[in-house]
Design a protein around this ligand. Structure first.
Ligand code: SF4
Ligand code: SF4
Length: 115
């Protein structure tokens, strides 16, 4: 059986991308690519009401910070196969981690990873 795998690997075209566990989970989830979210520091009640009345959800992150989330605003680069410019995606996307915001608690599939 080992020989079969070696043979397959040796003849695998260079263009075949090997996805990491994180990338696979993101392709299945796509939650952060389908919504618009940003953080605010110490917003007033008026500011929060402004966003609430426009359909945004507000999540408290800590004593001073909230995340404003507007769902169903898909990024134009999201496709059936995930991000169509994944290797060249903006830095904000590269650094984003759904596990670090209450807005995606219970949604971000990276939470299921053990490492
Ligand atoms: S919420 Fe988490 S798993 Fe889902 S796309 Fe964003 S980073 Fe990936
Ligand atoms: S550029 Fe790619 S990773 Fe960033 S939000 Fe759009 S689809 Fe998601």
């Amino acid at each position: 059986m080992g020989n079969v795998y070696n043979f397959t690997d040796k003849h695998k075209p260079d263009s075949i991308k090997v996805y990491t566990e994180k990338e696979m989970l993101c392709m299945k989830c796509r939650a952060c690519c389908n919504s618009l979210a940003f953080r605010m520091n110490r917003p007033t009640k008026d500011v929060l009401d402004f966003y609430r009345t426009r359909g945004c959800k507000i999540f408290e992150e800590d004593r001073d910070t909230v995340t404003i989330l507007l769902e169903n605003v898909p990024c134009p680069h999201i496709s059936e196969n995930g991000c169509d410019l994944y290797e060249k995606r903006p830095l904000v996307c590269k650094h984003f981690d759904g596990r670090t915001t209450n807005a995606l608690k219970g949604i971000c599939l990276w939470e299921s990873m053990t490492s």
